[in-house]
Design a protein around this ligand. Structure first.
Ligand code: UT7
Length: 330
């Protein structure tokens, strides 16, 4: 019997309609298009404006697009994982709500939180369930409403993040396509440099925490940048060496979209031609858990069966890693 691999067999995506451009940000904080473009590569991002809508709103839209494209009955789905750093609520599972709403009535579901690496770790989790033979259809969604945790008077963070969601379906493959290898890492030293101070068990919400703006993302950008550049490049190089992949062999780098300069540094270390690097940071900014599936969504038509993809991400915690996967369909 041939070994079962876990392949991505369908992709869906959703971004909100409202476009927050660099020009609009210039009217909100002391910044300018030139600074944002040269330092980050971002031109615009999408913001979810619908009253009362959270990450699940976008997760459901992305999943529904996938189901329709693939003509899949949601009752066949075994598991729904929602990777997110901005769940609808701190306690009730966002994934449970999403699964019920899309009609995945036979699935169990859970949220997965690893900051900007949430989707990457979700890929590892989804693939393991498929490879073990335990489940046949795992829907992995990355969704984040970053605008809900951003201080739009803080120019150091408000220019970076955007809202969005992307979804992929993992299924068993007997031709060897799909998930091949992973290098996943964490280092708790990073907690201090990228975090939301309040609203958790250390510092519960209070009038004081609201007044002190402690429910917003607080980032030491320079330090995070340094760790991101070296660590994302290290794991990407490591996965290439371990799988005997040269820069010619790799068809695509699928990098977390945090900063164009971090992406370039990773691609340089891999000696990859820029034409092989998926990029959409200029359109969406950093959508945290949604960056990787939104790249697949944007580039799906260019992907061919057998293409060799290296995914790489870095995020709060710190969390980071790389995954090597071969594409399973045309
Ligand atoms: O996805 C999760 C992981 N997160 C990341 O990977 C983010 C990593 N960090 C970064 O991408 C970059 O550090 C940032 C884009 C956040 C900042 O870029 P930087 O080149 O590290 O800038 P900086 O923070 O060192 O700031 C340089 C200067 C400062 O002015 P002074 O002190 O040199 O006078 C800032 O006050 O730029 C100033 N500045 C701005 N100026 C115009 C900071 N933000 C802005 C702004 N517009 N929006």
């Amino acid at each position: 019997m041939s070994k079962i691999t876990a392949a991505i067999t369908a992709v869906g995506g959703y971004v909100p309609e409202y476009v927050l451009t660099n020009q609009i940000l210039e009217t909100m904080v002391d910044t300018n298009d030139e600074w944002i473009t040269t330092r980050t590569g971002i031109k615009e991002r999408r913001i979810l404006k619908e009253e009362g809508a959270g990450a699940s709103f976008m997760a459901i839209k992305a999943a529904e697009e996938l189901l329709e494209k693939r003509n899949l009955d949601p009752k066949e789905i075994d598991l729904v994982i929602v990777s997110t750093a901005t769940p609808d609520m701190p306690v009730a599972s966002t994934a449970a709500y999403v699964a019920s709403n899309i009609g995945a009535v036979n699935a169990f579901s859970f949220d997965l939180q690893a900051a900007c690496s949430s989707f990457l770790y979700g890929m590892s989790t989804a693939a393991s369930y498929i490879e073990s033979g335990r489940y046949k259809k795992v829907l992995l969604i990355g969704a984040d409403k970053m605008s809900s945790i951003i201080d739009y008077t803080d120019r150091a963070t408000c220019i970076i993040f955007g809202d969005g969601a992307g979804a992929v379906l993992f299924e068993p493959n007997t031709e060897g396509y799909g998930f091949q290898d992973e290098v996943l890492r964490t280092d708790g030293v990073g907690r201090e440099f990228l975090k939301i101070d309040a609203g958790g068990s250390i510092l519960p919400a209070s009038e004081e925490t609201v007044k002190n703006k402690q429910h917003f993302v607080d980032q030491d950008g320079k330090t995070v940048f340094k760790f991101a550049v070296s660590n994302m490049a290290d794991v990407s190089e490591k996965i290439m060496v371990r799988n005997e992949l040269s820069h010619d062999d790799v068809n695509w780098l699928v990098p977390h979209q945090a900063n164009k300069r971090i992406i370039d540094a990773t691609a340089n270390r891999m000696k990859l031609d820029p034409s092989k690097v998926m990029i959409n940071i200029h359109k969406y900014g950093n959508t945290t858990s949604a960056t990787l599936p939104l790249l697949l969504h944007d580039y799906e038509k260019q992907l061919k069966k057998g293409d060799k993809l290296v995914f790489a991400a870095f995020g709060g915690g710190f969390t980071w890693g790389a995954i090597y996967l071969t594409w399973a369909y045309n």
